[in-house]
Ligand binder design. Structure first.
Ligand code: DGL
Length: 254
């Protein structure tokens, strides 16, 4: 079994882990988050970096051989430093701006990208945007509360936060997007709700990230039946408190 680490501020990385669990059964996953401090997206880079280093140290103790930074915000803010600091490979995730250069884009749809405020302001994201979307076809809309609302859904149930969700998404209706891209790993967890409320097509690029991870690890990409019942190691806080979890323990996967 190859040991693989995953970090996110909170539960967002489960949207990546779900594809990994669906595609193979040859790795042991360690998912470390910092639930008490979600959302990271409105916080300072110094703070995020300090927390990230603590999370990575916990995974290094578990002797993982690769770490997935399953968070757009942490990728743009910290991945260069992480790669210089630790001798293990890191796989990050960035908003799928390249969408407009693929066959998926027909050329006449209005495309939006929702993400955290930190990601939208980061130099790394802005360089990527100019490089891959020089004509500025994609409209970028930072959302201040969406990651937190989804995190809270994970703790106290989806239904208790529908009103907050609709308030947060309501201003997006004015843009008239046909396609919405995600720049935060929390968002795919409620894709069905987002696409229904806004009447848009949403695009989740995480399958591609997961395939890349499996290729790097040199493991076979097979589909796993009932992947919602596969065990993984989970620590919601940076506190050495690991437990065995399955996706079906989280409301988004029921
Ligand atoms: N899931 C994280 C991302 O992909 C962000 C959540 C947060 O703001 O803490 O950007």
């Amino acid at each position: 079994m190859k040991k693989v680490g995953i970090i996110d501020s909170g539960i967002g990385g489960l949207s990546i882990l779900s594809h990994l669990l669906a595609m193979q059964g040859q790795c042991e996953f360690y998912y470390q988050s910092d639930h008490s401090n979600v959302p990271y997206g409105g916080k300072a880079q110094d703070f995020m970096l300090a927390q990230t280093l603590k999370m990575i140290d916990k995974l290094v103790e578990k002797q993982v051989e690769l770490i997935i930074v399953a968070c757009n915000t942490l990728t743009v803010e910290t991945i260069d430093i992480l790669r210089k600091t630790y001798p293990i490979p890191f796989v990050g995730i960035e908003p799928f701006v390249n969408f407009i250069n693929t066959d998926l884009y027909k050329g006449d749809e209005k495309v939006g990208l929702i993400l955290t405020p930190a990601t939208s302001k980061s130099p790394r994201f802005n360089e990527l945007k100019v490089k891959l979307d020089p004509k500025n076809m994609i409209e970028v809309v930072p959302l201040h509360r969406l990651a937190l609302i989804i995190e809270e859904m994970g703790s106290t149930g989806i239904d208790n936060h529908i009103q907050s969700l609709e308030e947060e998404l309501f201003p997006l209706k004015d843009y008239g997007f046909d396609i919405l891209l995600y720049g935060c790993t929390h968002y795919p967890l409620i894709s069905k709700l987002i696409s229904k409320f806004l009447d848009v097509e949403v695009y989740d690029p995480h399958i591609a990230v997961s395939k890349r991870v499996l290729k790097l690890l040199n493991v076979q990409v097979d589909s796993v039946e009932n992947h919602e019942s596969v065990n993984f190691n989970y620590a919601s806080e940076i506190a050495d408190d690991w437990s065995k979890k399955q996706l079906k323990d989280f409301c988004f996967f029921n």
